[in-house]
Write a protein that binds this ligand. Structure first.
Ligand code: ADP
Length: 809
């Protein structure tokens, strides 16, 4: 069954007893307490039957308690009905707490009561105070903040407009400083946000009461309260000053960029470009800083002279510009020598004592001038002036500082230029001297070689005729020494030629394997004498023709292999060669190693043996012959052939030279004729003392042919140039001439022409020695020759040709 709580007395009692309210029920007539609820009892103790005023120290803030309690009219109206409750504030003087009270009467048929109800008010009051404080703070913030704040409500009225805005936008007379147009802008922008949801950030200019336009960054935001649009909250920040700083910053950033570009150019650029960089840099700086003219003066402190070196008229066209007189600006020079600068903001203000200076500057129409010294090594050598001719100008310290840096950079660069030019001159002189020396050596060696050839040649002829033992011994010594001298001269000539830059590299198809075997052949006797193993290992990838300067390759190998044999007493000499293909570029490099098991080279000598005339003195005291030039020549040749040489060696274990020729091209077509079927000539074959003249400017080429022929009892004359060849030919009338085609000064063709015209030589058979030949060429190009041999000349081929021509078989 549904319970009706209104009939449940306990519910009422409990509500009254445990309510937050203090409740007293008071006897209507004598004011004694009839009932107090539990809350009251807890706080005031049992007060039944007592009068309220007897136990409490309460006062009613608006009225006297006694009167209030006793004045029955306050409780009952004229009809005897209870009046509406009285409310007010009650203060407990003991605890200084205030309460909110409610006093009313209950009158029924039988009884009348007064009811006093009150509740602790202090905590509420504190909250209210707190709240007021907060509001106060917000108000204060609004007043003090240096930002414009306003609330523009949905009806289009400014609800909040903070004091900051008032202060900057209102004159004393109450008028606004902003213009109609500016108000319109503010209106439009507020309305825009009011209508749309988004916030905006805008930059707007307003005229303030200082009479100037200020730039504001304004944020507008629509705000809500209880889901209703309250209006637009605006926050405006005056950024006029920041903007000024930003612009200044931007300006200096630009200036610094020009300065750093100028200094990078001056540091990294070529000395020859320094003047150009300085002019360009100054022009740019002048334009950037609005300077009308920049002048560059040299100062000679000894002669007391100033020279105008350069004028850059950027915004002035005063062409009739005379020299500044030293004595007129003496005070400037004094300042400059102490590393101070000159600044004259307004020429017209120059005091009368410096009238001459003033007149000079006025002649140049200068209004403002800034000038900085150019100092190097503590010595003033000039100054740069920055001039304004259009109007007077006031320079700020930062810009002055920048100009100062610029002039210092320029002074540094000019000093560097002078210094480097001197250095360059010294280097050039030294190089020139070196070249002249090499040139001289080359010429001398060449000149010495001609008489040496004669000495050797005649000595060799004498050898055939002299039979007396002692004389023959003397002659042998002469010939031996002459050969050594000849080798030395040839080496010097070679080195000098390379140093004087007179070496050409002429690539031709070369079969490396063949060259290696020929080298072995040249050293055959020495190898046998020393009982060395000579090993040649050639990668089969190399088994074709490569474009190389064969003569130079041979010269290189001759030196390196020659050394290996010379410095190895037992064991082996190895020539190993292989192809290396660079993975990324596909370039072909040829690696060539010459290894020996000889005495080795101690580490401290390894770098130096490539120097001219450097030889390691052996500890054992054993003397090795040589000049110390071989490796110097070898290294230079290798470099000229786009190669490099490396060395590994250990004393008493051996030495390995690795030579790398980079990016070598292969000669795809085999130009050389197929292996001809020449007869093998037996070792027993002997010439009958026939004399042959071998003409080639490269010693090793002649040497090889000479060895081949001498083995078979021939006498070999050598000429290293066309001129020598003609002389020797007409003198000796050899049985045949082997003539190299490509020679400096006079080619084989020219030599042949002359030989054919001379009475004593026209009928001597001449065989051409050439790098490349084809059947076609032999028929046409070499038709006037008696035969053609392709280099490298093979022994059988050579002998066959000579036997054939001389009709010896
Ligand atoms: P040269 O052989 O005429 O003395 P080089 O320039 O060819 O001149 O060599 C310079 C020096 O390097 C030699 O004197 C020798 O001391 C050292 N050297 C060169 N090659 C070798 C080698 N394979 N083993 C030991 N020492 C060597």
């Amino acid at each position: 069954m549904k319970q009706n709580i209104f009939f449940d007395l306990e519910v009422y009692q409990s509500i009254i007893n445990d309510s937050n309210f203090y409740i007293f029920i008071i006897n209507f007539d004598d004011n004694r307490i009839l009932y107090q609820n539990r809350t009251t009892e807890k706080f005031f103790g049992n007060q039944i039957n007592k009068k309220f005023k007897d136990f409490s120290n309460f006062i009613f803030l608006n009225n006297d308690f006694n009167n209030l309690m006793e004045d029955l009219k306050l409780f009952i109206d004229y009809r005897g009905k209870p009046k509406s409750p009285i409310q007010g504030e009650l203060l407990d003087k003991n605890s200084n707490k205030s309460y909110y009270f409610n006093l009313f009467s209950i009158i029924n048929k039988t009884n009348k009561y007064k009811v006093l109800q009150f509740v602790d008010f202090t905590s509420y009051q504190e909250k209210i105070n707190e709240y007021e404080k907060e509001i106060f703070i917000y108000k204060k913030i609004l007043e003090e903040i240096q930002l414009g704040l306003w609330l523009y409500d949905s009806d289009g009225n400014y609800k909040i407009f903070n004091s900051y805005l008032d202060n900057i936008m209102k004159f004393k007379d109450g008028n606004w400083s902003v213009s109609e147009d500016e108000i319109k802008v503010a209106y439009d922008n507020n309305q825009e946000v009011l209508k749309k949801k988004q916030s905006t950030i805008k930059y707007e200019e307003y005229t303030l009461n200082d009479g100037k336009k200020h730039l504001f960054k304004i944020i507008r935001k629509r705000i809500y309260h209880n889901n209703k649009v309250l209006g637009v909250l605006g926050i405006g920040n005056d950024i006029t000053e920041i903007k000024g700083y930003e612009e200044k910053l931007k300006y200096f950033k630009g200036l610094n960029e020009i300065i750093s570009e100028l200094s990078t150019n001056l540091i990294n650029g070529k000395i020859s470009n320094i003047d150009e960089f300085i002019i360009d840099g100054l022009k740019e700086i002048g334009k950037y800083t609005d300077i009308d003219r920049i002048c560059f003066y040299n100062v000679d402190l000894e002669l007391n002279k100033i020279n105008l070196n350069l004028i850059l008229n950027l915004n002035s066209n005063n062409k009739d510009y005379q020299e500044l007189k030293f004595e007129h600006i003496q005070r400037w020079i004094d300042r400059f020598t102490n590393n101070y600068f000159i600044i004259i903001n307004d020429i017209s203000q120059i005091p009368i004592t410096y009238n001459l200076e003033k007149m000079e500057l006025e002649k140049r129409e200068i209004k403002t001038i800034l000038a900085f010294p150019l100092i190097s090594n503590n010595e003033l050598f000039g100054f740069i002036s920055f001039e304004n001719t259009q109007q007077v100008r006031f320079w700020d310290n930062d810009t002055i500082f920048s100009f100062r840096i610029i002039t210092e950079i320029i002074a540094g660069a000019l000093a560097k230029k002078t210094y480097e030019n001197k250095l360059l001159e010294a280097i050039n002189n030294a190089e020139e001297a070196n070249r002249t020396k090499s040139e001289f050596l080359a010429n001398m060696s060449h000149e010495i070689r001609t008489p040496m050839n004669a000495i050797l040649g005649f000595s060799e002829i004498l050898q055939e005729t002299i039979t007396s033992g002692v004389q023959k011994q003397y002659l042998d010594t002469i010939i031996n020494s002459s050969r050594n001298l000849m080798k030395l001269i040839n080496d010097i000539l070679d080195l000098s030629k390379i140093e004087a830059g007179r070496i050409d590299i002429s690539p031709e198809p070369v079969n490396l394997k063949r060259v290696f075997y020929e080298i072995e052949k040249i050293f055959e006797i020495k190898i046998k004498d020393k009982q060395l193993d000579f090993i040649i290992e050639v990668d089969e990838n190399l088994d074709k023709y490569w474009l190389f300067d064969e003569t130079r390759i041979r010269q290189i190998l001759f030196n390196v292999v020659g050394n290996a044999i010379k410095f190895t007493d037992k064991g082996y000499i190895k020539i190993i060669s292989h192809l290396e293909i660079e993975p990324n570029t596909n370039k072909k490099n040829i690696i060539l190693c010459v290894e020996d098991s000889g005495i080795g080279i101690a580490e401290e000598h390894q770098k130096r043996i490539f120097e001219s005339f450097y030889q390691v003195s052996s500890k054992s005291g054993k003397k090795y012959e040589g000049t110390g030039l071989g490796l110097a020549i070898t290294m230079k040749l290798i470099k000229a052939m786009n190669g490099e040489i490396m060395l590994e060696s250990k004393t008493n274990e051996g030495t390995k030279f690795t030579i790398k020729f980079k990016d070598v091209a292969s000669a795809e077509i085999s130009i050389r004729k197929q292996e001809e079927n020449y007869k093998t000539i037996s070792k027993e074959f002997k010439f009958n003392g026939e004399r042959f003249l071998v003409v080639d400017d490269i010693d090793n080429n002649r040497e090889l042919i000479k060895i081949y022929l001498e083995e078979h009892n021939a006498i070999v004359l050598e000429a290293s140039s066309g001129k020598d060849a003609i002389k020797l030919a007409s003198f000796y009338r050899p049985s045949a001439i082997l003539l190299d085609i490509r020679m400096p000064e006079m080619s084989g063709f020219e030599v042949l022409n002359i030989l054919r015209q001379e009475e004593r030589t026209f009928d001597i058979p001449v065989i051409a020695l050439t790098a490349v030949s084809s059947a076609f060429q032999e028929k046409h190009l070499y038709r006037n020759f008696n035969g053609v041999l392709t280099k490298p000349v093979r022994k059988d081929e050579l002998l066959n040709k000579l036997i054939d021509i001389l009709k010896l078989s």
